[in-house]
Design a protein around this ligand. Structure first.
Ligand SMILES: Nc1ncnc2c1ncn2[C@@H]1O[C@H](COP(=O)(O)OP(=O)(O)O)[C@@H](O)[C@H]1O
Ligand SMILES: Cc1ncc(C[n+]2csc(CCOP(=O)(O)OP(=O)(O)O)c2C)c(N)n1
Ligand SMILES: [Mg+2]
Length: 315
């Protein structure tokens, strides 16, 4: 399959139709044209995934399609944005039809679930690498930023952390237990917290998605906001599967391993009380924001000094 045949057969069927709500012009021209409704801000972000770094060598193509779009869209969730369209730059060592069709299946089902359409891309030969640029919109001025946390705000985390990080241990397990299968699902099929992000517009003072680990990503909020925080290690939400699978050092691993794609947010107390019950139920309060800089963790001595995932952490 040549480059253009591949694009036509594999990617065009996934593409957003010209004239759809998001796209004035889809793939096929030199650029796509996106429509941004009046009164909305356009928010966009790019993420790269490299074989052997972000996903294992010889990774299942369908899972890769889902995972690549999910981790990119997670940044839109963190901004409280509604997904609109994305571009895909795909570098492949070879064009195998079976692999490409499986990849397109995973990508297409993720795109359907997240409500985002393919607007265009670029296809090249080389070591397996993907870059996805995602575009979303928010009502003007309402995007959730990292920089708004204020002393006294509650620090909250969605869902549970640590599962996907623990899953790395089980990636090659031919017959995983039910608990191992549960954490593997978190790694293979991350679910960006889009609906939660949207519902937190007007309530959260700051937000970030947890890709590098809760400690590191919360640290980004604190740094951007010029504040500190005190969190209780005993309150950090861990899944039952993770608690059964790991014992010693599990909190440290859970807050540093990354790949969670949950949201970490700060919320002023009066707005927390005004939040709908079903939104509060998706969040766990783990501490509060302080005027003193730095992150203090009580009930978690084994966490002191820990950091998160850093591509250049060893230089
Ligand atoms: N090469 C780059 N050029 C410009 N900005 C960058 C570059 N790499 C990262 N950034 C910016 O630095 C910030 C942090 O990046 P990153 O940790 O990758 O965020 P995220 O976890 O949301 O993907 C983002 O605002 C991103 O746009
Ligand atoms: C096979 C494999 N090994 C290790 C990891 C762990 N890992 C790799 S990159 C990363 C952090 C997230 O990637 P990054 O490029 O920093 O994403 P961003 O923060 O920009 O969204 C983590 C936790 C993984 N996902 N897969
Ligand atoms: Mg990034």
């Amino acid at each position: 399959m040549g480059e253009f045949e591949l694009i036509r057969q594999i990617f065009m069927p996934l593409a957003g139709q010209s004239g759809s709500a998001a796209l004035l012009l889809g793939p096929g021209d030199d650029c796509a044209i996106q429509r941004v409704p009046p009164g909305q801000d356009l928010v966009f972000s790019i993420d790269t995934l490299v074989e052997g770094i972000h996903f294992p060598h010889h990774y299942d193509a369908e899972k890769l399609g889902w995972r690549a779009l999910a981790v990119a869209v997670s940044d839109l969730a963190a901004m409280g944005a509604d997904p609109r369209c994305f571009t895909l730059a795909l570098t492949l060592p070879e064009a195998r039809r079976e692999w490409l069709e499986a990849f397109a299946r995973g990508l297409g089902s993720a795109a359907g679930v997240f409500g985002i359409v393919l607007a265009g891309g670029d296809t090249t030969r080389g070591p397996l690498t993907l870059s996805l640029q995602v575009h979303g919109t928010v009502p003007a001025g309402t995007a959730l930023l990292r920089s708004g946390a204020q002393a006294g705000d509650l620090v909250c985390v969605s869902g549970t952390v640590g599962d996907a990080g623990l899953a790395l241990t089980y990636l090659d397990d031919p017959d995983p237990s039910a608990d191992a299968a549960a954490v593997l699902k978190r790694y293979h099929f991350p679910m960006p917290r889009l609906e939660l992000g949207r519902r937190l517009r007007g309530f959260a003072s700051a937000a970030i998605d947890v890709s590098d680990g809760l400690l590191a990503d919360l640290g980004h909020i604190l740094q951007a906001s010029g504040v500190g925080a005190r969190i209780d290690g005993a309150l950090v939400p861990l899944s039952e599967a993770l608690c059964r699978l790991s014992d010693h050092g599990r909190l440290r691993a859970a807050v540093t391993a990354g790949d969670d794609y949950e949201l970490a947010v700060t919320i002023p107390e009066h707005r927390w009380r005004a939040l709908a019950d079903d939104v509060r139920e998706q969040l766990t309060v783990v501490g509060s924001v302080t005027t003193e800089q730095g992150l203090v963790i009580i009930n978690g001595d084994d966490v002191q000094g820990a950091t998160g995932f850093d591509h250049f952490g060893d230089v």
